[in-house]
Design a protein around this ligand. Structure first.
Ligand code: MTE
Ligand code: MO
Length: 407
């Protein structure tokens, strides 16, 4: 075993130098990669009997990635993840009054209002409908809210950690609404959660009917309690707060006849003091997750990695700048590139020890280009909380440390 591992590592290094990546070889040297406080391994693992099979798996005791928890929210450690899927236990969480404990056998979904047959569904009944699985990101509209005035977050977890991606499984909203006989004059619905906040959101039906999911599974397993177990609404591409968790009620109606409470929504404060209402879609955004704030790099080969996403559809292009936005080059988009899902991008870079400012800029299938900070602030001012999607800048100092800056 040991023998084989040494052999394959050597093969890789040979291939790397053949490809002219001598710097990469130095940077990847296994001894240099070891941290002094790494837990000690047994002398020879092959001589120690391993653990027996367990009923529910755990990650390696050597892995430390964790959510950063505040009051009523926790942030995904984007700098520690690979690819696009967020491990369910590291998905960010946002709730207005805590995570309720819900027995799925007692949970019910009531659908009423402008329908022919008001109905109450059990979880078993919802799971009998034809199901759909799809990958999609969820982003809180307050993601990066701290960045409007100053570069506040120290790490990408703090600046962008209210965005996570999962494979979600559930039943399409239209399928269930056909069952209850949605009336033609129903144009909006109110969705309500069973948490202590009893959070509600008003949602126009036409744009979401065929895409919204009544969702009960996440990355192959049941939803995590923090994600709305046993049932949540998922509207791919829309701001996170539209995705009502612990979903217990859908009331169909006409927007004008609904009470004030029943048209609950968020607003964006504009520079002239007016408020922009019903900004549902999360516009295109990207961020370099490595190297990112709080990390340290060494001269030689550095793969710049990051995530890009758009609530309007597919990401078509990501460009990377290593000189603070003076010049841009196209990054490689890792497959799969899916609609309303995060996309991993990669860009090979040789760092020669100079000070540098790293940025990424995303374009989506509508042609929309992620704005610079100046361009965003010119339109929105700095009084907003929600929907900050400006280009993020990471400054690399000559000593290799990386920090959040505004340029
Ligand atoms: N019932 C209920 N649903 C809710 C919330 C809540 O507090 N209660 N928070 C919303 C907000 S603001 C966001 S951003 C998303 C977060 O989803 P997540 O915790 O699964 O990441 O859930 C939304 N759905
Ligand atoms: Mo949110």
């Amino acid at each position: 075993m040991n023998h084989q591992r040494t052999y394959s590592r050597r093969t890789f290094l040979t291939a790397a130098s053949l490809a002219g990546l001598a710097a990469a070889q130095a940077a990847l040297h296994p001894l240099q990669a070891q941290t002094p406080d790494a837990p000690a391994l047994p002398e020879d693992p092959t001589k120690v009997p391993g653990a027996l099979p367990s009923a529910y798996g755990q990650r390696s005791a050597f892995e430390q990635a964790q959510r950063l928890a505040g009051s009523f929210r926790s942030l995904t450690p984007l700098q520690e993840l690979h690819g696009i899927v967020t491990p369910a236990s590291l998905h960010f969480e946002r709730h207005h009054n805590g995570v309720p404990v819900i027995d799925p056998t007692r949970h019910r979904l009531l659908i009423h209002g402008l329908v022919e047959r008001p109905m109450i569904f059990t979880m078993d009944e919802l799971k009998r409908f034809p199901a759909v699985s799809r990958l999609a990101f969820i982003e809180c509209s307050g993601n990066s809210a701290g960045e409007w005035r100053e570069p506040r977050g120290q790490t990408v977890q703090e600046t962008h950690g209210l965005m996570s991606t999962s494979e979600w499984t559930g039943v399409v909203l239209a399928t269930v609404l056909r069952e209850v006989g949605m009336r033609p004059d129903a144009t909006w619905m109110l969705a309500e959660g069973a948490d202590a906040a009893a959070m509600t959101r008003s949602i126009p039906l036409a744009p979401v009917l065929e895409e919204a999911l009544l969702c009960y599974a996440q990355n192959g397993g049941a939803l995590r309690p923090e994600q709305g177990y046993p049932l949540r609404l998922l509207i791919p591409g829309w701001e996170g707060n539209a995705c009502i968790k612990w979903l217990r009620r859908l009331k169909l109606g006409k927007a004008p006849s609904m009470t004030r409470e029943e048209t609950s929504h968020y607003t964006d404060l504009m520079p002239d003091g007016t408020a922009r209402q019903f900004t549902f879609v999360m516009e295109a955004k990207s961020v370099i997750t490595s190297p990112s704030g709080g990390q340290e790099i060494r001269p030689g080969f550095v793969e710049i990695r990051g995530l890009a996403w758009s609530g309007e559809g597919r990401v078509t292009q990501v460009e990377v700048s290593t000189d603070g936005g003076q010049t841009w080059q196209r990054a490689h988009l890792q497959e799969p590139v899916l609609s309303k899902c995060s996309t991993q991008f990669r860009f090979p870079w040789q760092w020669k020890g100079q000070a540098a400012v790293l940025q990424s800029r995303c374009t989506d299938e509508t042609g929309y280009v992620q704005p610079s900070r100046q361009a965003l602030v010119a339109v929105r001012g700095v009084n907003s909380v929600y929907h900050y999607n400006a280009i993020q800048s990471w400054k690399v100092s000559r000593d290799g440390t990386v920090q959040n800056v505004h340029v």
